[in-house]
Design a protein around this ligand. Structure first.
Ligand SMILES: *[C@@H]1O[C@H](CO)[C@@H](O)[C@H](O)[C@H]1NC(C)=O
Ligand SMILES: *[C@@H]1O[C@H](CO)[C@@H](O)[C@H](O)[C@H]1NC(C)=O
Ligand SMILES: *[C@@H]1O[C@H](CO)[C@@H](O)[C@H](O)[C@H]1NC(C)=O
Ligand SMILES: [Cu+2]
Length: 322
């Protein structure tokens, strides 16, 4: 009773109960969303700044207190959580969260731009000629040889910014240091398999994926169709981008998944009123029904967040567009 008037006089109660929270806690509105560009549309200096920041991640210590590098944190977290975030509802929102953490790390390593994507739909008729594989303005091309898995570790990308001594630490969850490996799918016309599985992420195929009317239908079609075809087309069975849980080993993974994120964004925007918060499917490992309040974990790379926080790219915590 005694202190109340003095607090009022000092304006303290007014601040706490009536006024807006202090600026650091106030949810900022998303007034100028950051724009994520296609790799080939970026300037030379934007591209080199991005690549330099990726290399920088291999010079920084783990955020997880592990003996590997900051770059390997992303590989390890993805590999460890693999069953929780693939072929289940969380696939799209978890990867959206994962990408924002990667973007933040790149920016802490001197990159001044935003994430970029590889529009493999546009390049699907000749994927190996895509600008992202340029040795001078891209991520380098394919390995110096193909062959069977007995030669694992000797098939190396020898051009571009990620040629040796650039090295990866994990193969799935095992520590197996190796060079970056990209085993492009050569294509077998007699079996209707096109170069790098391009036919599986063509504009016609994407039109079918986009015609899905539910989140679950869209997400499964996108993940098991074009998304997986790009992984296999670039990595085949024994390249880093192949169906490995350690696929973030290939820096191209993050341009691939930014494109996946963009396709979800575009699908949401076809009908924002019903699709922004449309979410359904299953939760690993109990196959219960997914909800917007489900937890997305990052094993220390980021804090636990709900799915809901990653549905709307125009929300203050995301605030980006394509
Ligand atoms: C490919 O490059 C790796 C790493 O330099 C090397 O060990 C391997 O022998 C090369 N293979 C061929 C066929 O040149
Ligand atoms: C390849 O595609 C063509 C045209 O769609 C079809 O006629 C043919 O049977 C297919 N071949 C195989 C091996 O699937
Ligand atoms: C984050 O989520 C995981 C998985 O649900 C849980 O094991 C962990 O305890 C959570 N961590 C915190 C700090 O709540
Ligand atoms: Cu993944």
């Amino acid at each position: 009773m005694k202190f109340l008037p003095s607090l009022l006089a000092a304006g303290v109660l007014v601040d706490v109960s009536l006024a807006a929270p202090p600026p650091s806690l106030a949810p900022r509105a998303c007034t100028t969303p950051k724009v994520r560009k296609e790799w080939s549309k970026a300037t030379t200096s934007e591209r080199s700044s991005y690549i330099n920041a990726v290399k920088c991640l291999t010079t920084k210590p783990s955020k997880l207190g592990k003996s590997h590098r900051l770059y390997d944190d992303f590989v390890w977290v993805h590999a460890t959580l693999f069953p929780y975030v693939h072929n289940v509802a969380a696939f799209l929102p978890w990867h959206r969260y994962f990408l924002t953490l990667y973007e933040k790390s790149l920016q802490q390593c001197g990159y001044t731009g935003n994430l970029m994507y590889w529009d493999w739909v546009a390049d699907s008729s000749a994927p190996s000629k895509a600008k992202v594989f340029s040795p001078t303005t891209g991520f380098g091309g394919k390995s110096n040889q193909t062959g069977t898995s007995t030669e694992w570790g000797t098939k190396c990308v020898l051009d571009g910014p990620f040629k040796p001594p650039f090295q990866l630490q994990y193969w799935n969850q095992d520590v197996r240091p190796h060079c970056l490996m990209r085993i492009f799918e050569p294509g077998y016309p007699e079996y209707n398999i096109t170069e790098m599985h391009g036919d599986n992420y063509s504009p016609a195929v994407m039109a079918q994926v986009n015609a899905e009317t539910t989140f679950n239908g869209f997400a499964n079609h996108l993940e098991n169709g074009p998304h997986t075809a790009v992984h296999s087309g670039v990595g085949n069975l024994d390249g880093d981008m192949g169906p490995q849980s350690s696929s973030p080993n290939d820096p191209l993974f993050f341009l691939h998944h930014t494109q996946v994120d963009r396709l979800w964004y575009l699908w949401q925007r076809q009908n924002p009123a019903t699709r922004t918060l449309d979410y359904s499917g299953y939760v690993w490992p109990d196959y219960s029904d997914a909800t917007l309040d489900d937890n997305l974990q990052m094993l220390g790379l980021g804090v636990n967040m709900t799915v809901r926080a990653f549905m709307d790219t125009n929300a203050a915590n995301l605030c980006y567009k394509y």
